[in-house]
Design a protein around this ligand. Structure first.
Ligand SMILES: C[S@@+](CC[C@H](N)C(=O)[O-])C[C@H]1O[C@@H](n2cnc3c(N)ncnc32)[C@H](O)[C@@H]1O
Length: 239
């Protein structure tokens, strides 16, 4: 396969898949995202060409993948989490298909459920939440708060830290209970992981000082972390 779109997992380098790691270890060109662990970049052969995300626009990356793919090189596009969950993997796959380049997608462990799990939060817990709503929060003014506040179960917000106060205000104004348990998980699955939990109305204040990458979780499942978290900490400590 000429180009492989690989999910690197949510942060901890041990959470890439076996197939994804095999692809990295045998690539000739590695194009990687900012959120990808350096340990995984180091898994590529020493002679492989390494291209980091910072210097290139998304369009330039897609062009690059097509160009190297058309040249028949073994290219790995390594992206944080899963390539198709807020990862722009779809755009890259379309560019490759249009360029006539054979490609494969190796899914990754998305932060969607893995980051809450690392904080002891099961996004679906029997009898508590049978539904998960997932949104991007980088433009909180564009969200449909009536719909979000009315949705049952768990709300997971990607890229929501920067506009967290607007997000919280929007949800409460649209009718979500201000006492709903809520959390922000920073650097989930990594040794420097930090977790803040608070009632929804107090979440933005509680999260002051946290930085991206961070995931926001709103819903009664957050309260379950109290029962699970000590064991989670032990698991992380052994890792
Ligand atoms: C551009 S999205 C990429 C998501 C990725 N494709 C996935 O499946 O997890 C980046 C956002 O994912 C979330 N995220 C990714 N890794 C994270 C981590 N280790 N801890 C907390 N949030 C994370 C944050 O909301 C971050 O702003």
């Amino acid at each position: 396969m000429s180009v492989v779109l690989v999910g690197a997992g949510p942060g901890d380098p041990g959470l890439i898949t076996v197939r994804g790691l095999e692809a990295v270890r045998s690539c000739e060109v590695l194009v990687y995202d900012r959120l990808v662990a350096q340990e995984l970049v180091d898994e590529a052969p020493p002679w492989a060409l390494r291209i980091g995300r910072e210097r290139l626009s998304q369009e330039e990356i897609s062009e690059l993948l097509v160009r190297y793919g058309q040249a028949g090189l073994a290219v790995v596009r390594l992206k944080g989490g899963d390539p198709f969950v807020f990862g722009r993997g779809g755009e890259e796959a379309i560019a490759l298909a249009e360029g006539g380049v054979p490609f494969e997608v190796v899914p990754g462990v998305s932060s969607l459920s893995a980051v809450p799990a690392a904080a002891g939060i099961p996004v679906t817990h029997r009898g508590v939440s049978a539904q998960v709503t997932v949104v991007a929060g980088h433009a909180p003014g564009a969200l449909d708060y009536e719909q979000l506040a009315a949705a049952a179960g768990t709300l997971v917000v990607f890229m929501g830290l920067g506009g967290l106060d607007l997000l919280v205000d929007g949800l409460i104004a649209a009718g979500r209970d201000p006492e709903t348990p809520a959390a922000v998980v920073e650097n989930g699955t990594l040794p420097e992981q930090r977790v803040v939990t608070a009632p929804l109305a107090e979440l933005a204040e509680a999260a002051i000082g946290l930085s991206p990458p961070a995931l926001v979780v709103v819903g009664d499942v957050v309260a379950i972390a109290e029962a699970i978290h000590p064991e989670v900490e032990q698991v992380l400590a052994r890792a």
